[in-house]
Design a protein around this ligand. Sequence first.
Ligand SMILES: Nc1ncnc2c1ncn2[C@@H]1O[C@H](COP(=O)(O)OP(=O)(O)OP(=O)(O)O)[C@@H](O)[C@H]1O
Length: 595
Amino acid sequence: MAKRPISDVVAEDGVAVKPELSRKKSKKDKIEKSKKSATASAPEVNGLAQVGEANGRSADDAEDNEKLSKAERKAARRARREGKEATGAKKAETEAAIAEPRAAAGDGDEDVAKAARKAARKAEKKRLQEAATNPEPAAESGEYQENRELAQLPQSEIDAFLTKNVMTIDDPKPAARKLRPITNFKYLPIDDAQRAPFAKFSAPTPIQAATWPFLLSGRDMVGVAETGSGKTLAFGVPCVRSISSLPKDKQRGIKAVIVSPTRELAVQIYDQLVALATPAGLQVVCVYGGVPKDPQVAACRKAHIVVATPGRLNDLIGDGSADLSKADYVVLDEADRMLDKGFEEAIRQIISQTPRKRQTLMFTATWPPSVRELASTFMNSPVKITIGDNVSGELRANVRIKQLVEVVDPRAKEQRLLQLLKQYQSGKNKDDRILVFCLYKKEAVRIENFIRMKGFRVGGIHGDLSQEKRSASLAAFKEGQVPLLVATDVAARGLDIPAVKLVINVTFPLTAEDYVHRIGRTGRAGKEGLAITLFTEHDKGLSGSLINVLKAANQPVPEDLMKFGTTVKKKGHDAYGAFYKDVDSTKQATKITFE
Ligand SMILES: Nc1ncnc2c1ncn2[C@@H]1O[C@H](COP(=O)(O)OP(=O)(O)OP(=O)(O)O)[C@@H](O)[C@H]1O
């Protein structure tokens, strides 16, 4: 499918897809019925029956476990063999190291000098043997083999990288060997053409470096890293490699599916995936609602990778146009959003169509406890990788964003907004990009008109606008023709708009997670950013969560905000409700924190 402008994209984004609204009658109802009967016999997790995932599991589980333990035994044997070889090489090196100084010390002992030379030769021979038996990984071999140069880096260099970037790796499986972060693009097991899209970057970001070895090894994963830290390529690169490393006849059909909560984000991911997949000869399709289905149906027939919003994807599954039975690489981007609210059922439907033996990944900047257990029902012993000083997975904003909070009278918000715009968009800064967030669509319309009346160039993006207008506003803002954009939370997650200088929250969002995502539209890819939030007494229920976010990022907490209270209300899952029990699913995991 050709690259699709955002203006082609219409539909359900930003609003949770209600399964009963999007569902096609006939065939889909049958699917639903069979799921309901399965639910009755499915095991319950926290009072919620696992649909699809649990179906027919027991019959295949024994076989699977058998395969798994065979694979694990094989990995353990290989680890032992590598260990022996390493010990042998080390021994020879040690002999040489011991002998050399003695000889150099000139103790006159000819035998010692001879022994040193012999040991050195032995060590060198061993190294050469190792290099010969451990060639660079063949591109067509699916198994991940660490690049030789990476394997030979001194451990101190690896430790310094891990410490500098404060990485936490929770791995519930005992590691056969320690995987080193891929600290340079040249260590990726892909060919040069596939490496071309990275030419503009100097090095992988921490989330990319840390996740790639695990993902290339086929592991399930939860990846948590700040907004704008390059998570798309973190899951995109192994996605393409997982397909391109297969023999050609095994590459046919939809092999990977990436689900995103909004259509604009889906299109953005699609663009990045096309850049990665094209050099590998793979096709990507982007499916979303509100536009004619036929071109998407045709593209699905040839596609290897599908990037989708849940509603339209379920539509295509329901009418038999999208066959996910071979899609064994599944990504939920903005995973907490995908598992929240009305998306959950749509996600269950999608995942139930994918093979039971698959790699499932969840990526996000915010990972609230309310979705963690539900997430684990879709995954198999996932590795959890968190970047940043955030071991317990608390809510964290990008620390390069300066956050200012002003407590104001609700009636004074518009005037204060005007002052801020005059202050930050004047003189040489008149073209600086500013993103203004509102909570409600009607509010966004009012604020946009107000700003325009005051003489500013402004566009809008929210659910009440036609798709054409919405896409035009976003494109004009991205390209710099209109420096101001008024948006609802439809633009809060994932959108990568270049050089947004300032985010202004005219009205606080419904959750502190949304706040973190909203302000994350600035300060991306290592840059600095600024966010100004107008907070009123109407928002006081969220003062405690906001204070925590500010404190964790070393930002000033205004006295007026403290007055609203510091209590944090526990957020219940929409399905599990307020009685949701937070279970530490990583309890058994080996937790390694580098700091
Ligand atoms: N290795 C890299 N070095 C520098 N920039 C990078 C690198 N990888 C990706 N980027 C750029 O960083 C920006 C943010 O990437 P991306 O949109 O994937 O972030 P994200 O972590 O998914 O953000 P969000 O949490 O808001 O969805 C993009 O413009 C992307 O091109």
